[in-house]
Design a protein around this ligand. Sequence first.
Ligand code: ATP
Ligand code: MG
Length: 347
Amino acid sequence: MTALRSIDVSKVFEDGFTALSGINLSVEPGEFVTLLGPSGCGKTTLLKIFAGFYAPTTGRIEQNGADVTNAPPEKRDTAMCFQSYALFPHLSVAENVEFGPKQNKVPKDDRVKRVNELLRQVDLEANRDKLPNKLSGGQQQRVALTRALAMRPSVVLFDEPLSNLDAKLREQVRREIRSLQREFGFTAIYVTHDQSEALAMSDRVVVMNGGKVEQIGDPEEVYQRPETAFVADFIGSANLLPFERVDDHTVDTPLGRFTVDDPPVADSRFLCWRPEAADYGVSEGENVVASDISERAYQGAYTDVHIAVPGAPDQRLHWPGSASSMSDRVTFRLPPDRIRFVRGELG
Ligand SMILES: Nc1ncnc2c1ncn2[C@@H]1O[C@H](COP(=O)(O)OP(=O)(O)OP(=O)(O)O)[C@@H](O)[C@H]1O
Ligand SMILES: [Mg+2]
């Protein structure tokens, strides 16, 4: 049975703005699913519909097979964890964590046990009597997380919980969230607009754009096999080229003729390849490109190289060496299995 499911959900706000349309998503028990997409694409709106803060305009929400479309938040087995930690400023850390179970009339002994256990797990025991404003951002975020978990919800809905933290701390807290999730076994729906966070944390990624789902897949699928130009471009960097089909496994592009493993289909609009897909060990034969370099930027692990080809704007390569070891031209081969075709428009 699916833990949480949306069926043909749409949301039109009072001012007539359509924030979501045709959202179909099934989340399995214990799964970690992220909603990924640019600002304004409807991530928070969908999460609030799952939580019961908004009613969908059309469609249905099911939890464990039961229709909860019109159930208020407290009647759903979900907890929400926000970007702004929303902690009670006048309550101590321990009191913040105990608040929900107390509201729910969980017996005192059980409550105290839960709070102690959770604070130990996120390494906040030493801070249990402090007020939230005496904590760092990362510590406050941990309190917010433990406060959600203290309710023992079967689903936790996260809305960009790490966006106020610096890069190092983000990575640490995201590993903690993942390990707590494995330990407690809750189902997680996690909103982010950070693609690396989504790829690192998720069992499945739901890529959203303009209130619609563009693609759902595991991290490798959405990265290696994007279905649309939007997904290719939003996750990682992608080179997109117009093409003309010669036969099922041959296409012409401004970069030259390519042999491909997966043929383009009727609605394919662009040939897509990743900057790291280029192979520098081959200098002649099929799928080999030689081009002038227009720009280069040293990135440490690789050099970001732009090549200038008429009709093929802004194609880039990751050259696995330092900028100084390059000449003014580059020769590379695009392996047929690293070439994809995507549909849709460019952003
Ligand atoms: N109450 C409202 N009334 C009208 N429009 C709204 C309302 N709430 C949100 N919107 C609009 O709906 C769209 C989706 O908003 P939402 O908050 O879901 O985006 P988001 O994907 O979470 O973006 P962000 O990454 O910036 O948080 C936006 O264009 C927003 O302006
Ligand atoms: Mg949002």
